[in-house]
Design a protein around this ligand. Sequence first.
Ligand code: FE2
Ligand code: FE2
Length: 154
Amino acid sequence: MNALKLLKEDHQKVQELFAEVKATESERQHKQLYKKIKTELETHMHIEEKVFYPTLKQQEEFKDQVLEAVEEHLQVKTLIRNMDRLANGNERFDAKLQVLMDNIEHHVEEEETELFPEVQKHFSAEELEQIGIELENAKKEFTKKSRAKAASSR
Ligand SMILES: [Fe+2]
Ligand SMILES: [Fe+2]
């Protein structure tokens, strides 16, 4: 699959989960949705950092954008770590979830309106197809590892 299409589908999935969060006030549902959001984000950030960003960074013109994107991922990871540490029922959970969603929406918007159109110009259809394959493989491997980790910590 084309790399940009694959990444946009990931973005879409996360944004649908955000819409579900916004559609309910239920704390229990927010918790459940957060778990799904977290899994999606961790996988997506991993494959971007492992495959997509390093490929772009080989070209000088993408360097700054990639560096910024990596910093934005880092903020998201910090927030996730923070949220994981919160005790059940902590009143700050929803506020953090809101900030997480705001951050991601900003990041996705930058990727889709600034970064991806540039990538589209600089890489051929064949190259994007190849990167897409690598992204898919990285995703499979990451999912397998996360499942194994989850199973062993049970
Ligand atoms: Fe990203
Ligand atoms: Fe992304």
